[in-house]
Design a protein around this ligand. Structure first.
Ligand code: GLY
Length: 359
């Protein structure tokens, strides 16, 4: 098991990565995370796969543990779910010294983290992410929250977990589309921050796509290392952390315009290609570097083009209502070379139109 640290002073926490990490949870809780009661939160799918077994293992270790289950899917990421889970937690008698455990993908982490931030004005929580996307991104950094009819993630809090436990074994049961979905965020880390890692992803793509344990562990370790560095430098996203939004401005608009039919990672892949093209057109990103990113996304089987049947006008409408627009300006994260990005609010509407147009 490899351990990284997210350095946030008294709110610092470890990220523990390895195969079979879930089996070590009861011992970890007993030794390092004592509580009056533990409460695992999982969706119905993950509860059947791992939730019931984990509750049993924790109870077998002599610890008091409950399991709360919600219906899987983004539709559950609502204030109603939070209210329902909070009621259940109160009925189970969870107090300020209890610990919530998010067991699942990004939706579960966001819901559980926000529940933990609100319940009794804040109780500790632990993340056990079970999707690649959650393992390399959403479980680290303390972004929690829910959707409201006006938009995704519009209600939430920065609330850091006590620890993140990443079991690479669970990826074996992940549908292959879900794995690919996470790989877009993995490639993103190489482009924004680490050229060596980008080259590693290129050189080892066969093993990574074949889910080779050692390569997958190493890949996740490097993503978490980069994310931990960025979060430690800028927890509340006032500056550096915005680099993590690379490809996301256009990506989110594509995702929303498709009524969320296009998965998040696929939309981010399309968004990365689009902004790299803007950067190249501005003579910031050399064309061979643009090609390198394009080729790597293709090699991993990720989409690089907006589907023809997606109305450009709809994408533009979503772009213009992006929640990250400040003072009427969209700040784009543009690559300057592989491993380095810059912020720019100097992207014209025509430049955006040019990358949205079908060629
Ligand atoms: N997923 C982007 C962030 O955590 O800042």
């Amino acid at each position: 098991m490899e351990t990284l640290q997210v350095g946030l002073g008294e709110r610092s926490y470890p990220i523990k990565i390895g195969c079979g990490v879930i089996n070590q949870i009861p011992r970890e809780l007993k030794t390092h995370y004592q509580a009056t009661k533990y409460c695992i939160v999982a969706d119905d799918n993950v509860a059947s796969l791992y939730g019931h077994a984990l509750v049993d293992a924790i109870r077998l270790a002599g610890l008091d543990c409950e399991l709360m289950i919600f219906h899987h899917g983004e539709e559950s990421k609502t204030l109603e779910t939070i209210a329902d889970l909070a009621s259940q937690a109160a009925q189970h008698g969870l107090d300020r010294k209890s610990i919530f455990i998010a067991l699942g993908g990004g939706v579960t982490g966001d819901i559980t983290g926000f529940l933990a931030a609100c319940y009794l004005r804040g109780v500790p929580f632990i993340q056990i992410p079970t999707s690649l996307l959650a393992q390399v991104d959403s479980s680290v950094g303390g972004k929690t929250g829910v959707d409201i009819p006006e938009g995704k993630n519009l209600v939430g809090a920065f609330y850091q977990p006590q620890a993140v436990f990443i079991d690479t074994d669970v990826l074996q049961t992940l549908p292959s589309e879900e794995y690919l979905n996470g790989l877009a965020e993995v490639i993103k880390y190489g482009v924004i921050r680490d050229r060596n890692f980008f080259d590693y992803l290129h050189d080892n793509r066969k093993q990574i796509l074949a889910l080779d344990q050692q390569h997958v562990s190493s890949m996740i370790y490097h993503c978490c290392r980069i994310k931990a560095e960025v979060v430690a430098a800028d927890e509340k996203e006032s500056n550096l952390r915005r680099i993590l939004n690379y490809g996301h401005t256009i990506g989110h608009a594509v995702e929303a315009a498709s009524d969320f039919e296009i998965p998040h990672g696929f939309a981010v892949s399309i968004g990365m290609v689009a902004v790299a093209k803007i950067s190249m057109n501005q003579a910031l990103l050399p064309s061979d570097e643009n090609q390198k990113q394009f080729d790597l996304l293709k090699e991993y089987g990720l989409p690089t083009e907006i589907p023809d049947n997606l109305a450009r006008i709809k994408i533009k409408q979503y772009l213009l209502t992006d929640k990250k627009i400040v003072g009427g300006k969209i700040t784009f994260v543009l690559p300057a070379q592989i491993g380095e990005v810059v912020f720019s609010d100097q992207v014209s509407e025509q430049e955006i139109d040019s990358v949205l147009t079908v060629e």
